[in-house]
Design a protein around this ligand. Structure first.
Ligand SMILES: [Cu+2]
Length: 408
């Protein structure tokens, strides 16, 4: 009997081992999954039945970002693989290219996303063998195998590629994504990105023309045009604890219990870098890669509505943000239209307090607002800093141009 039990355990262990081996083999290449859209169905309602599958190829690895005061910080993060990089060259050509934030992913409701993630390793921390993942925070009914939680789903080993799959029907709204492996560390290090889904209502030209001027789109499928906007901007609030990043590259113990951000960021930058339209972040440390590619400047003509897709991904701070001089209305929270049955729960406010993991859709109405420069900023003075430098951090500018146009 004992022998039988021993043999069955041996068989079980071998099977598990074989399973893991096969699984690793299947992952240990850079082949990305991207099926053709030939089902003849126009799932996103844009009139073209062949464009409903979106394929992305991101890498996860390390890199460096430069703060507004010039401090270079070691980061982990995502970056997109250009189409001209051959599959066999991804590992060689895409190391030390982590970006802050990661590439923004914009989808039309109805589209399917194949998000292929390759782990190119952390070349500046060769002692680490960390896996990485993508967790689409807040998406309803995600397949658990694609949820990125290391406790319940596969994560991507160094040298491996894993295809995440998401369907977006009924899931319009503002979200973000991040790596969920050793999540406090990897998010603090910068493994964060923006993702949002445009509603099918954007295809409704009658509702679009109900705006004056006609709306560019809507935040949600509201049925009545109440979330229509002319200009939109996604703004990710985040923060870095400079000591944590310095300890990390120095291969020292990480101060988790003392985590406290001292650089506060909008789209990976502190003011005044937030209003700089150029690519930033190139340094000798990252071989001149522009790791901070996104500004946070907003520009609209008088009379236009501005949609701000705001979320907070800080691991240490709640933020309170406000705009002076332009009425602000909250129309969505956490990827959901603020509505109960037929009753709108929108509210006008002078400030929004938003915690880590939350998202909000803000509509700013510039009707009757005198042309000029306005500020979108945090009211917490201690977060208007870039390290020791004052008058930085979470602040950006909203330029309201005359109704006739912004000129050149
Ligand atoms: Cu990670």
């Amino acid at each position: 009997m004992r022998w039988k039990r021993f043999l069955s355990i041996v068989a079980l262990v071998s099977a598990v081992g074989l399973g893991i081996g096969v699984c690793s083999m299947a992952q240990s290449n850079f082949m990305v999954q991207c099926p053709a859209d030939n089902d003849g169905i126009d799932a996103d309602g844009d009139g073209d039945p062949t464009n409903d599958i979106v394929c992305k190829h991101l890498t996860a690895g390390d890199g460096f970002a430069t703060m507004a005061d010039g401090t270079v910080m070691y980061t982990f993060g995502f970056s997109e693989v250009p189409e001209d990089v051959p599959p066999g060259q991804v590992f060689a050509l895409r190391q030390v290219k982590a970006e802050l934030p990661g590439p923004t992913i914009v989808l039309r409701e109805g589209q399917e996303l194949y998000l292929n993630l390759t782990n190119v390793g952390m070349i500046n921390r060769p002692d680490l063998f960390d896996t990485h993942s993508v967790h689409w925070h807040g998406i309803p009914n995600s397949g658990s195998i694609f949820d990125g939680l290391p406790e319940s789903a596969p994560t991507v080993k160094i040298g491996a590629t894993f295809p995440y799959y998401y369907a977006t029907l009924g899931k319009e709204g503002t979200y973000f994504y991040h790596c969920h492996v050793e999540v406090t560390e990897h998010m603090q290090m910068g493994m964060i990105g923006q993702i949002y889904v445009l509603p099918r209502q954007d295809q409704d030209m009658v509702l679009r023309s109900s705006g004056n001027p006609p709306y560019a789109g809507f935040a949600y499928n509201d049925g009545d045009g109440s979330t229509g906007y002319h200009v939109s901007k996604a703004i990710q609030l985040a923060g870095f604890d400079s000591r944590f990043h310095a300890q990390h590259i120095a291969i020292q113990n990480l101060p988790f219990a003392q985590l406290k951000d001292d650089y506060h960021l909008m789209n990976g930058r502190g003011y005044p870098d937030t209003i700089n339209p150029n690519l930033l972040g190139a340094s000798p440390e990252n071989n001149g890669h522009f790791s901070q590619r996104m500004d946070a400047r907003i520009q609209a003509r008088q009379g236009e509505r501005v949609l701000l897709r705001v979320h907070n991904i800080s691991t240490t701070h709640l933020f309170t943000v406000r705009v002076l001089g332009i009425p602000m209305k909250v129309v969505g929270i956490d990827g959901k239209l603020l509505r109960n049955g037929s009753k709108d729960l929108f509210y006008e406010t002078s400030s929004l307090t938003i915690g880590g993991g939350q998202a909000a859709d803000l509509l700013l109405d510039t009707t009757g607002v005198p042309p000029g420069t306005y500020f979108f900023y945090t009211t917490n003075l201690s977060e208007l800093i870039n390290g020791q430098e004052e008058r930085g951090g979470i602040m950006t500018e909203i330029v309201v141009c005359p109704a006739s146009g912004c000129g050149t």
